[in-house]
Design a protein around this ligand. Structure first.
Ligand SMILES: *[C@@H]1O[C@H](CO)[C@@H](O)[C@H](O)[C@H]1NC(C)=O
Ligand SMILES: *[C@@H]1O[C@H](CO)[C@@H](O)[C@H](O)[C@H]1NC(C)=O
Ligand SMILES: *[C@@H]1O[C@H](CO)[C@@H](O)[C@H](O)[C@H]1NC(C)=O
Length: 503
């Protein structure tokens, strides 16, 4: 369990180990009760449990509120990325044909949140191709934390998905009648010969050929669950990598009404005038995952005092039986190592230091902020023109997505993709998915230097000008510059070079 837990915390905070990102969702009982066991479980209730968090960095805050970024610096900040020598490639050399004969049916059951499931879908198409099998449209599991039961077809445009891949992989919406017994319920109620339960993390092509192909040939069907992160990123044929890229960046589009809602949000962000009556048309998206689960797991101190500390410790006890490795470090040690998610106040200071002025349109892509408005009030003070789904739409416009975390995440995904600048307060699946997709389109994403920020925030004698110039210097090369994928990293986070060609 030790090893698993250490992967768990790496998964939130270490950008250097994307191989493990999201893995915890599979490995920890709380996020992954055995795939098919009942999901009901008690969570500590969210009663009020903090003294309203106060700003922790008052001195910097004062500086930030008075700071006026030079015009030139603002201009640079907002200018689109120059061309960096890569473009999405659709090399005809790698287009496929369908196999003459299908080897059988592949079914996958995907857990995690929307963005983890998205990667699972791409990998499932690739596995079907490797095996010359027919893929059944993936089944999305209900996540115990986020509780959204939306199906694939309620989130993604399923006809576009099938059509855009029709020359590469056959995909069907439902199994033919003779296999209709192969359902989630069937696998949930006993040990079944057609289920693959032990696919290793990042399995190779050979593993699939040796272990899944014989099952297909014998039974005509194989159900793989769990399936997230079950296909390697290295040593795969180029053609298979290209196919995964195509699925992620071209074949997966959201259903029309999500696209419409996303479009409405983008229009309103771009076209409403600012306070001075002129419209700059540009906006930043801040992805802020700051829910209780993450706050508790990070084991950092977020300024809510003793009551909050106790509440988070209690949550750790209930959910992880207290086995959260990071609690062996002090808050100071964790911050020094850059292992604490930025609080809304801290991300606000970062944005101000980078040069965003107080009339910046800031869209908050966020599910739920632990601590509510009290926690984000400092950020709002720095950026009074902060918006979110609620502030920009009416309840009727949101009716179809309200309370459905995957659909809300899909809307945020679209608004994030359209933004001039994207920044995330902590690494995670959403951050990685958008980072990769924006890299594919050569769009600017700011990557906070968490270790440096942790150190600067610990130093109470630091004043605003020093903080500001240290931030600017440290982020010069963290604003959308192309990064080539390294071994073990995900092609969905780093699409160069697997998904892109030199121009
Ligand atoms: C899949 O089909 C291709 C050609 O259509 C063939 O070369 C390959 O060996 C087949 N693989 C499997 C696992 O059937
Ligand atoms: C933005 O900051 C300036 C000072 O730099 C201040 O005069 C102005 O009132 C602020 N605007 C808002 C909306 O807070
Ligand atoms: C804190 O910042 C001040 C001013 O920049 C600097 O002189 C000092 O060395 C820093 N202290 C630590 C512990 O880094």
């Amino acid at each position: 369990m030790k090893v698993l837990l250490s992967q768990h915390h790496r998964s939130y905070y270490s950008q250097k180990s994307p191989a493990f990102l999201g893995l915890f969702l599979l490995l920890l009982p709380v996020f992954s009760p055995d795939l098919f066991s009942p999901l009901g479980r008690t969570y500590p209730s969210l009663f009020s449990e903090w003294n309203a968090p106060k700003p922790k960095h008052l001195r910097l805050l004062q500086g930030a509120l008075q700071w006026k970024t030079p015009f030139r610096q603002q201009l640079e900040l907002w200018s689109p990325l120059p061309h960096q020598g890569w473009k999405p490639c659709a090399d005809p050399k790698y287009t496929f044909s369908l196999p003459e004969k299908s080897q059988g049916y592949i079914q996958v059951f995907l857990d995690g949140g929307l963005n983890q499931q998205r990667m699972g879908v791409c990998d499932a198409v690739a596995v079907a191709k490797i095996l010359n099998a027919t893929l059944v449209v993936p089944h999305l599991e209900v996540n115990p934390v986020w509780q959204d039961s939306s199906s694939f077809a309620e989130i993604f445009d399923v006809d576009h998905f099938i059509n855009s891949l029709r020359n590469e992989v056959s995909i069907i919406k439902e199994l033919p009648a003779e296999y209709s017994w192969s359902t989630r319920e069937y696998y949930g109620t006993g040990i079944r010969e057609t289920r693959i339960k032990t696919a290793p993390v990042h399995a190779s092509v050979d593993w699939y050929l040796e272990n899944v192909l014989p099952m297909l040939q014998r039974y005509g069907i194989a159900a793989i669950a769990p399936f997230s992160h079950r296909l390697a990123f290295d040593n795969l044929p180029k053609s298979i990598q290209r196919l995964r890229c195509k699925v992620n960046f071209e074949s997966l589009v959201f259903v029309p009404y999500i696209r419409a809602l996303g479009g409405t949000l983008v229009r309103r962000l771009r076209h409403s005038g600012d306070i001075s009556g002129r419209s700059t048309g540009k906006y930043v998206v801040l992805h802020l995952r700051f829910d209780k689960d993450m706050a508790a797991h990070s084991a950092c101190d977020f300024g809510g005092g003793r009551a909050e500390k106790l509440a988070l410790a209690k949550y750790r006890q209930v959910i992880w039986q207290g086995r959260v490795m990071k609690t062996q470090f002090t808050d100071e040690e964790l911050r020094y190592q850059g292992r604490c998610p930025l609080t809304p106040e801290e991300i606000g200071l970062l944005l101000a230091a980078l040069g965003f002025s107080n009339n910046t349109r800031l869209y908050l892509a966020s599910h739920k902020v632990y601590g509510g408005e009290a926690r984000i009030s400092t950020l709002r003070k720095l950026f009074p023109r902060m918006e979110d789904k609620r502030s920009l739409t009416t309840a009727e416009e949101r009716a179809n997505v309200e309370g459905k975390s995957s659909l809300l995440a899909a809307v945020d995904y679209l608004v994030s993709m359209e933004s001039d600048i994207f920044i995330s307060a902590s690494p995670g699946n959403m951050h990685n998915a958008i980072l990769g997709h924006r890299a594919y389109r050569n769009l600017n994403t700011i990557r906070p230097h968490l270790a440096l920020l942790g150190q600067l925030f610990l130093n109470k004698s630091m004043d605003w000008p020093e903080f500001q110039s240290a931030i600017v210097a440290a982020h010069k090369n963290r604003q959308g510059q192309t990064r080539v994928r390294k071994e073990k990293q995900s092609i969905y986070t780093y699409p160069v070079p697997d998904c892109m060609c030199r121009t």
